[in-house]
Structures are given as structure tokens and as C-alpha cells.
Design a protein around this ligand. Structure first.
Ligand code: HEC
Ligand code: HEC
Ligand code: HEC
Ligand code: HEC
Ligand code: HEC
Length: 495
């Protein structure tokens, strides 16, 4: 068999081109099969080796396949010999196997082509599958995607593939994304990409194709009580409790209200913003199911040139733009960890000190990690604390916050990617809900503090307790809940 294959190789290698071709085909095939076995055993997971296995090797294989007939063509032009004559001449008269092979040349070529096609399509399928894995997207271009990969892994969507939000369904989406991928590889190779990477509003699949496969507006309902704890910067890092009743609402037919009113099928909201950052609106249109149409226009148009405006139909990511790549605000990042006990409040001024260490501008990551340690250890070294582990734990937590949010290599620092949900990390909802955006009657998009949430407690000293009034004393807040629930009930059941 080995003998036969060597003879076959000799037969098809008529000149330099075909020889190179045969060598490429054979070697890339052997290496591919070998790596493939390693992939199956799970020994390989590295994205770079993946690129070699599924891109470089098949590319070499195809190049080799093309070189062989190219070599033949040149040979033929030079000698005028047909392929059959050529091959017959290259074997001994008494080599039976080779003679049979030459006699059945066309059949052999067809069989070999089929085998090659099978091999290539299997490789291609494995390649597409491999490139759909978050691990590939997140690590193939390590330093570039590292911020997105880091924030993704700690998000509620850590088990949703990147491609489920970024590629969407259908062949055109797939082809689009592969063209895009080729461009991305070129821009990474030649260092042409922007830092930080701009938010892909124009390329993102419509939320109807992505988010709504798993969450759909008809299924949201009601309200959610949400308590947010913030800590002061005093020596005790005193906690403050804010409790909101979030009016999440629904897009369900007949029940459209609350925040998800914007995405109910009954309404279509379109807006024009000055640019892709979608911070400054020019106008906002609302078209209802009943044909009602209303335009709110900005009475204080921004000075920057408005052409070409970016026009968009509002969907999930206009509010939940950070459901996956969640960058924190430094104050809140600390609050959340203090709430979980990762930073010990018994350390005097710990909120203030950790914050001070985090918001400093460090030249690179290694330096930042070291300076955070030096600064906090320095501050607490002179102080006696009951628990000697506490300063170390605070340092570790501060470093973890820094690692997650700050990426000097990609120019990502605090606030590089604002969060549109709410109004305390950038303008968020208030980009539209403000007094400058008015309709024909001069009515503005509401900014009423109880439109989106009721405020049951604001920076209180104690956690808010949710108690329905039972006849005795009632606080303003419980009365507010009661009023709210009653209104809800009337909305549903009729008065
Ligand atoms: C649940 C959906 C979802 C998943 C899963 C997801 N992304 Fe995203 N991604 C988004 C959205 C939405 C934006 C745009 C944010 C905006 O509009 O501000 C985005 C933005 C980005 C950006 C642009 C930079 C930025 O933060 O705005 C990159 C790069 C990116 N994603 C890469 C990835 C990678 C790599 C993965 C997988 C490891 C991934 N994404 C997984 C929804 C997702
Ligand atoms: C493949 C399914 C899938 C897709 C696609 C998906 N999600 Fe999710 N989403 C989930 C799961 C699962 C959770 C976690 C639920 C939990 O922890 O309760 C989640 C959680 C969330 C949460 C947090 C809910 C909470 O209670 O805090 C938000 C907000 C969200 N998704 C919005 C989006 C948006 C916006 C998109 C589109 C860009 C999207 N999702 C795409 C499956 C998905
Ligand atoms: C106008 C802004 C806005 C739009 C558009 C929007 N949401 Fe929301 N969504 C909110 C707010 C506000 C909350 C409550 C957040 C909180 O509790 O902190 C919420 C909550 C959620 C939750 C958690 C629900 C729960 O019961 O706890 C999910 C999941 C979610 N949204 C998904 C989506 C999806 C999917 C879309 C697109 C179909 C969407 N949202 C469109 C503002 C919006
Ligand atoms: C692109 C502009 C835009 C953004 C961004 C936006 N809204 Fe709105 N919102 C509107 C418009 C327009 C209306 C309807 C105003 C009217 O008809 O008077 C509205 C109405 C509402 C309503 C009342 C719905 C009802 O029950 O009738 C709520 C609640 C609401 N928005 C919450 C939010 C929240 C929460 C956010 C941020 C997470 C947000 N909106 C962001 C444009 C926007
Ligand atoms: C258009 C909708 C909307 C309007 C109007 C609005 N808010 Fe909010 N607000 C939100 C959303 C959404 C959040 C929740 C953000 C989150 O999940 O962290 C929020 C959060 C808050 C918080 C808690 C933030 C924190 O970290 O402690 C406070 C306090 C607050 N709002 C006060 C107000 C006040 C006061 C007004 C009136 C001037 C107001 N809001 C008007 C949507 C709105």
C-alpha cells in the first residue's frame, strides 16, 4: 500500500509545482488527522492551534490540490503529452498496480475528488462549529477581546454563546459574520482596530432575532422590588439603603405598560441620534397599533453637525446595552462586594481607601495591581485590626475589581462603556426622558420620578421592610406600595 502511494505520488509529481502540491496535500492531511485526534481526546483547547487546525491546514490542503493540476498543465503545454501518456510513461511496464491505475484514471480521479470533498466539508463543518464557541471568540485574539471575555464570564449570559447575540439566525447572517471575521483578522494582524472597540450598534443583529429567542416582551410582567445598598466614605463606611419598586411592566397585548411598553408589538419607537453613541437625540417617533403617531423633537438641538444622523428602531439593547459586557462604576463595584462581605467594614475608611486606590490612573495593568496593593497595605499597616486577614482580603477584592473593569491596552477605563439602564451611569433613560424632547403640544417625554419606579426608601439607615399595612401605623412607603398594588389591581380587573 505504502509502495503504491509513493508510486502514485511519483506519477502525479511531474514538475516542481506538482511536487510541492503533492507534498502540501499529504503533509497537511497527516497533521490535520493527528491534531483532530488530539482535539477529540480533549488534549487541545487553545484557540491559536484551532486557527491552525481549521484554517491554515485546510488552506494548505486546497493550495496543494490546485498546484497538482497546475503543474500538469504546464507540463502538457511543454511536452504536448496527454495525462494518460504521461502517467503510463512514468511507471515500469511490469508494474501491474500502476498500470491498472492508469487505465482507470478518470475513475480514480473522481474517487479521489470525492474523498477530498468529504474531507474538506467535514473540516469545514468542524471549523464553523469551533469558531462558534465563546472560547474561540473570547481568546483567539487574546488582548483584543480580553475585556469582553472577562465581563462575559461573570454575566448572567456566561452560558449563552457569543454568536447567539452577535450573529443571529440564517445563512445571510452567517456569511455576513464570516466576511466580518476575515476583516477582523486583517485588522488585528495589521493593528488597524480602534481602542476601545466601538460598540457594534450597526452590526448587532436585531433583538427580535437574538434576545427574543429566550426572553420575549409578552412574558414580562409586573413589578420588582429592588434594594440597592451604597456605603458612605466615612470611617464606618455606613450603609444606605434605597428601595425601588421597578415598574418592569409588559409588552403583552392589552397590558402594555412600564419599561417594556417600548418593546411591545403594539408600538414602534424610532429615534434619530446625533451619532452612533446614541447619547443626543434629534427626534423620537412613537407609532401605536391604532395608527397613532407622535413625534417628539429636541428643542435644544446639539451644536454638533447632525448629518448623517443615526436612525434606529428601539429594541432591548437601547436599555439593556450592558446585559453581558457589564462594566461597573467604581463606587458600586465596591458596594456590591462589601454587601457580599468580601471587603470588611471593620477596616476604618475602607470604602474611601479602596475607592481612592481604584480610581487612580495607572500606566499598565501590572503596575496598577502592584500600586493597589502598596497603597492599601501602606494605609492599614499602622492600624491594629481584630482580623489580620481583612486588609489582604480588601486588597485582593480591589485587584479583582480592577482586573475586571480596567484594560489599559485597549484604552478601557472607568466609564468607557456607559450603561443605559437607569440614569446614574451616564444619562441612560434620560437621553429621551427629559424636558427638551417635546411633541407638537409642547408635552415632554415624562421625567416623573414615579414613571419608571416608585421610590419606597431613599438612602435610608435601615433596610426597607416590605409590610402591608395591617390597620396600625403605616409608613409613607408602605402606603405607596398599597396604593400601587390597588392601582395595578384596578388596571387588570377594571374598577
Ligand atoms: C446576551 C448577548 C451577548 C452575548 C452572549 C455576547 N455579547 Fe458581545 N455585545 C452584546 C451587546 C448587546 C453589545 C452592544 C452593547 C451596546 O450597545 O452598548 C455587545 C458588544 C460587544 C463588543 C463591542 C464592545 C462593547 O463592549 O461594546 C464586543 C467586542 C463583543 N460584544 C464581543 C463578544 C464576545 C467575544 C462574546 C463571547 C465571549 C460576546 N460578545 C457575547 C451582547 C452579547
Ligand atoms: C440563549 C438564551 C438567551 C439569549 C439569546 C439572551 N438571554 Fe438574557 N438571559 C438568559 C438567561 C438564561 C439568563 C439568566 C436568568 C437568570 O439568571 O435568572 C438571562 C438573563 C438576562 C437578564 C438579567 C435578568 C435579571 O433578572 O437580572 C437580562 C436583562 C437579559 N438576560 C437581557 C438579554 C438581552 C438584552 C439579550 C439580547 C442582547 C439577551 N438577554 C439574550 C438567556 C438568554
Ligand atoms: C425602555 C427600556 C427597556 C427596554 C427597551 C427593555 N427593557 Fe428589559 N428592563 C428594563 C428595566 C428598567 C428593567 C428592570 C431593571 C431592574 O430591575 O433593575 C428591565 C428588566 C428586564 C428583565 C428582568 C425581568 C424581571 O422580571 O426581573 C429582563 C429579562 C429584560 N428586562 C429583558 C428585556 C428584553 C429581552 C428586552 C427586549 C425585548 C427588553 N428587556 C427591553 C428596561 C427595558
Ligand atoms: C429612545 C428614547 C427613549 C429611551 C432611551 C427611553 N424611553 Fe421610555 N419612553 C419613550 C417615549 C417616547 C415614551 C412615551 C411618552 C409619551 O407618550 O408621552 C416613553 C414612555 C415610558 C414609560 C411609560 C410607559 C407607559 O406605561 O405608558 C416608561 C415606564 C418608560 N418610558 C421607562 C423608560 C425607562 C426605564 C428607560 C430607560 C431604561 C426608558 N424609558 C428609556 C422614549 C424613550
Ligand atoms: C425613565 C425612567 C426613569 C425616571 C423618569 C426616573 N428613574 Fe430613577 N431609575 C430608573 C431605573 C431604570 C433605575 C434602576 C437602575 C438599576 O437597575 O440600577 C433607577 C434608579 C434610581 C435610583 C437608585 C440608583 C442607585 O444606585 O441608588 C434612584 C435613587 C432614582 N432612580 C431616583 C430617581 C429620581 C429622584 C427620579 C426623578 C427625578 C427618577 N429616578 C426618575 C429609571 C428612571
Amino acid at each position: 500500500m505504502r509502495n503504491w502511494y509513493l508510486k502514485f505520488l511519483k506519477g502525479i509529481s511531474v514538475n516542481g509545482f506538482s511536487k510541492l502540491g503533492a507534498a502540501l496535500v499529504t503533509s497537511s492531511f497527516i497533521v490535520f488527522v493527528f491534531l483532530q485526534l488530539l482535539w477529540f481526546t480533549g488534549a487541545l483547547t487553545n484557540a491559536y492551534i484551532g486557527l491552525i487546525t481549521y484554517l491554515a491546514l485546510p488552506a494548505l490542503f486546497i493550495t496543494g490540490l490546485l498546484l497538482i493540476p497546475f503543474g500538469w498543465m504546464i507540463w502538457r503545454r511543454k511536452t504536448g503529452e496527454s495525462l494518460k501518456e504521461l502517467l503510463t510513461k512514468r511507471f515500469d511496464e511490469d508494474d501491474l498496480a500502476a498500470q491498472t491505475f492508469c487505465a482507470r484514471l478518470s475513475r480514480t480521479v473522481i474517487i479521489l475528488t470525492l474523498i477530498n470533498l468529504l474531507f474538506l466539508s467535514l473540516g469545514g463543518m468542524r471549523m464553523l462549529n469551533f469558531m462558534d464557541q465563546p472560547h474561540f471568540c473570547g481568546t483567539a485574539c487574546h488582548s483584543v477581546m480580553n475585556p469582553e471575555w472577562t465581563t462575559y464570564q461573570v454575566s448572567p449570559h456566561a452560558h449563552v454563546k457569543c454568536v447567539e447575540c452577535h450573529v443571529g439566525e440564517g445563512l445571510d447572517a452567517l456569511i455576513d459574520s464570516k466576511f466580518n471575521g476575515v476583516w477582523q483578522m486583517i485588522s488585528v494582524t495589521f493593528n488597524l482596530y480602534e481602542r476601545p472597540i466601538p460598540t457594534p450598534v450597526r452590526n448587532l443583529r436585531p433583538a427580535r432575532e437574538t434576545c427574543e429567542k429566550c426572553h420575549w416582551p409578552d412574558m414580562f410582567h409586573g413589578n420588582r422590588i429592588k434594594t440597592i445598598v451604597h456605603y458612605d466614605t466615612d470611617s464606618l463606611s455606613t450603609p444606605r439603603y434605597t428601595t425601588l419598586l421597578m415598574k418592569i411592566g409588559s409588552g403583552e397585548r392589552g397590558l402594555e405598560r412600564g419599561s417594556h411598553w417600548h418593546v411591545s408589538r403594539a408600538n414602534e419607537l424610532r429615534y434619530a441620534s446625533v451619532n452612533d453613541e446614541r447619547e443626543e437625540m434629534i427626534w423620537v417617533d412613537v407609532r401605536g397599533r391604532d395608527g397613532n403617531f407622535k413625534r417628539f423633537h429636541n428643542t435644544k438641538p446639539p451644536n454638533t453637525p447632525t448629518e448623517p444622523a443615526s436612525v434606529r428602531t428601539m429594541d432591548c439593547v437601547d436599555c439593556h446595552n450592558r446585559a453581558t459586557h457589564i462594566y461597573e462604576k467604581p463606587e458600586w463595584a465596591i458596594d456590591r462586594r462589601m454587601q457580599r462581605g468580601l471587603i470588611d467594614r471593620r477596616l476604618p475608611f475602607v470604602k474611601r481607601e479602596v475607592l481612592g486606590a481604584l480610581i487612580k490612573n495607572y500606566p499598565d495593568k501590572a503596575n496598577g495591581m502592584k500600586m493597589i496593593d502598596t497603597r492599601l497595605q501602606g494605609f492599614y499597616s499602622g492600624l491594629r485590626t481584630e482580623d489580620t486577614q481583612a486588609p489582604e482580603a480588601a486588597v485582593e477584592t480591589a485587584q479583582e475589581i480592577y482586573q475586571r473593569n480596567i484594560h489599559p491596552g485597549m484604552n478601557i477605563t472607568w466609564g468607557s462603556y456607559p450603561n443605559h439602564l437607569g440614569h446614574r451611569f451616564g444619562r441612560g433613560c434620560l437621553r429621551c426622558h427629559n424636558s427638551n424632547l417635546v411633541d407638537e403640544e409642547g408635552e415632554a417625554i415624562s421625567m416623573d420620578c414615579t414613571l419608571c419606579h416608585s421610590i419606597l426608601a431613599l438612602e435610608g439607615d435601615e433596610p426597607f421592610e416590605y409590610l402591608l399595612p395591617t390597620g396600625g401605623d403605616t409608613t409613607d412607603a408602605t402606603r405607596e406600595i398599597h396604593r400601587y398594588l390597588r392601582r395595578e389591581f384596578i388596571d387588570y380587573m377594571g374598577d
